[in-house]
Design a protein around this ligand. Structure first.
Ligand code: PLP
Ligand code: COI
Length: 356
């Protein structure tokens, strides 16, 4: 199959419409038949629930081309499960796990020419999302929804690719205890835009958020979990005392891989003071988009300036090993744990209608 004529190695992390998106509508208490569409726009009532009470959840995963030319995705069932959890919290119907996995396969197959070739550093970003399409004016859940998947080829999330970034500490909170920080909903990102723009204006790549109850513990950044390495080489993974960190699939996978590699993993609440005291040698942001992005510094004007010696010039030895193992599995270079890689057979006939 002929690939699109793109400069794959120079792709930014941005949207470009591809050939098809996947759509499935929910009405009268059930999901209809899903289909592929070349129409990348949505027309809705002005009173649709998404516009007023922000009923929206989403996911993010990627399709990769392996060394031997196959197209794969990484643990898509985990995105299906997390999306169902997110939907439940916002009173939306879950899109069934088997249908989610099937829909991912169909939409990637229909856009196989857009899956970046092996070795380019680019991937096909897959963005499943669900919105309330039914009309509501009083505050209540809608009764109609649309589940949709768009795909778009992307390069690295942070400018400069694998180069180390400097992040800052937000004065604003991301997630309240017992709030929605542990689900993947657009509302968590809407309120992060203002501090994100502030961080950028001050020259920082991202915001680190502290726990909003006490502003003592490290939580995560706007779009990725944080992982740390102490001088003994232990992988230290910040946990939330208030369940307000998103359960990153990348982070959970890295924890499993680290254990398999014989590393010592410590999952515990981490005080920001420990970071200020210089107790960690490597720091990284992990997520589907971020993969593992090394953090050189956490800085805030003249008040805070912590340097991570080990991740100052790209990933240090521990995070590098983890990053290489993870991306090696995704690229089919390293055998991963059973069931982590899902193959997409581009020659298989379509299992759903395709509307041009
Ligand atoms: N935390 C936040 C707030 C995110 O938006 C993401 C991205 O999905 C992550 C963490 C990383 O999660 P995952 O590894 O499942 O992509
Ligand atoms: C992802 O990593 O898939 C995300 O959704 C993060 C987002 C900020 C791009």
């Amino acid at each position: 199959m002929e690939k699109k004529d793109l400069d794959w190695a120079s792709l930014p992390f941005s949207y470009m419409p591809t050939d098809y998106s996947y759509v499935c509508n929910y009405k009268d208490g059930e999901w209809g038949e899903g289909f592929l569409t070349s129409n990348h726009t949505i027309t809705l009532s002005e009173c649709a629930g998404i516009f007023h009470y922000c009923q929206e959840v989403f996911e993010g995963l990627k399709a990769y081309t392996t060394k031997d030319g196959k197209i794969t995705t990484f643990r898509p069932y985990m995105n299906a499960e997390r999306m169902a959890d997110s939907a439940k919290r916002l009173c939306m119907p879950a899109f069934p796990r088997d249908r989610f996995e099937e829909a991912v396969k169909e939409v990637v197959k229909a856009n196989a020419a857009w899956v970046p070739p092996y070795g380019t550093g680019a991937t096909l970003y897959i963005r499943p999302f669900m919105i309330a399409t039914g009309e509501v004016i009083g505050v209540k859940p809608a009764t109609e929804y649309q589940f949709r998947i768009l795909v778009t080829p992307v390069g690295p999330y942070f400018k400069g690719g694998d180069q180390s970034i400097t992040i800052t500490v937000a004065d604003y909170d991301r997630a309240a205890p017992h709030g929605t920080g542990n689900i993947k909903a657009g509302l968590n990102y809407a309120m992060s835009l203002y501090p994100y723009e502030l961080a950028h204006a001050n020259g920082y790549s991202e915001n680190l958020y502290l726990d909003s109850a006490t502003r003592t513990y490290v939580e995560e950044t706007g779009g990725a979990n944080m992982i740390l390495v102490d001088p003994e080489g232990n992988l230290v993974v910040p946990q939330s005392a208030t369940d307000s960190i998103l359960t990153s699939i990348t982070r959970r996978s890295l924890v499993e891989l680290a254990k398999r590699l014989g590393m010592n993993v410590i999952e515990r609440p981490v005080k920001f003071q420990e970071i200020l005291d210089g107790n960690f040698v490597e720091c990284g942001l992990c997520g589907t988009a971020a993969v593992i992005s090394p953090v050189a510094r956490i800085q805030k004007g003249d008040d805070i300036n912590v340097k991570f010696e080990g991740s100052y010039y790209g990933c240090g030895p521990v995070l590098k090993k983890l990053r290489e193992t993870l991306t090696g599995i995704q690229a089919g270079e390293i055998e991963g744990p059973e069931g982590w890689i899902s193959y997409i057979d581009v020659d298989q006939p379509y299992g759903c209608p395709k509307i041009d």
